[in-house]
Ligand binder design. Structure first.
Ligand SMILES: C[S@@+](CC[C@H](N)C(=O)[O-])C[C@H]1O[C@@H](n2cnc3c(N)ncnc32)[C@H](O)[C@@H]1O
Length: 250
């Protein structure tokens, strides 16, 4: 495998989550991020735990096929570990993540990894989708950790394309980077240097991007607060939010 010369956020997360699928350039970048905000490992553990909760919720709605965008490294609580009985196709734009992902999943009959640019659904080879997931039934689309790299118009278009493509009764889980990042301009600068500029949003700006997708009653909330069975006790938290999440359906 070629050693990358540019860090990748999926592998930086792997380092923060205690995984073993990253390179010195990713660790170097993670350490620079840590100097700006030492709690990133916790922020991304929270995001990975959110992935687990939304996947289990979607599975509980009778869905056993998952298509994942901007997947990063498929370990440390990623989708197929959260719903091991389901069929899972991970996708990413990064060639090294795809190669690592294919290696990690080589002996797993339920999961595989392929290329897809999340800004253009046509870049996904549809025959791989049916090869891995089987004939398409209601799907769980996991679009987490990647919308922050996609400008509004492109994101709205891709979500709309996905809506047309999936069978009725499918679910979509998303997250969006919140306003907390704005307090750390150095983080934005660093991300720019990895070639992944960041788009930050809040529930008001997120809603119109969902188009025809209908939000579940969980609404759009900080990912740490998203629960399959919302608690009636609302704990008010005025802290700026790193990531908001929501689940929507067709
Ligand atoms: C922050 S990681 C998220 C990993 C995982 N989904 C999670 O939330 O823990 C972002 C991933 O999105 C990928 N990515 C960035 N832009 C992308 C695009 N346009 N299409 C597909 N993947 C993309 C990166 O290569 C990286 O693996």
């Amino acid at each position: 495998m070629k050693t990358p010369s540019i860090p990748n956020t999926g592998r930086i997360l792997d380092y923060w989550l205690g995984g073993s699928h990253h390179f010195p350039i990713d660790v170097e970048a993670a350490k620079v991020f840590d100097t700006v905000y030492p709690n990133f490992p916790t922020v991304f553990r929270t995001l990975r735990d959110y992935i687990g909760r939304v996947c289990r919720y979607i599975e509980s709605q009778g869905i056993n096929q998952f298509l994942v965008f901007g997947s990063g490294i498929p370990t440390c609580g990623n989708v197929h570990e959260a719903v091991p009985q389901a069929k899972v196709l991970y996708t990413d734009i990064d060639a090294i993540n795809i190669e690592l992902g294919k290696e990690i999943l080589a002996n797993n009959p339920n999961a595989d990894y392929a290329f897809c640019d999340a800004t253009n659904f046509d870049t996904l080879n549809r025959s791989i989708v049916t090869q891995v997931l089987g004939s398409i039934q209601r799907l769980g689309i996991i679009f987490i950790g990647v919308s922050a790299f996609i400008p509004d118009e492109t994101l709205a278009n891709v979500l709309d394309t996905l809506y047309d493509w999936v069978p009725a009764g499918s679910f979509l889980a998303l997250d969006f980077d919140g306003e907390a990042g704005m307090q750390y301009p150095k983080v934005l600068e660093l991300l720019e240097s990895t070639g992944e500029p960041l788009y930050m949003r809040n529930p008001t700006t997120i809603r119109p991007l969902l188009g025809r997708w209908r939000l579940t009653t969980h609404d759009i909330v900080p990912v740490a607060a998203w629960q399959a069975e919302p608690s009636s006790i609302l704990v008010e938290n005025k802290e700026p939010v790193f990531m908001y999440g929501c689940v929507a359906y067709k």
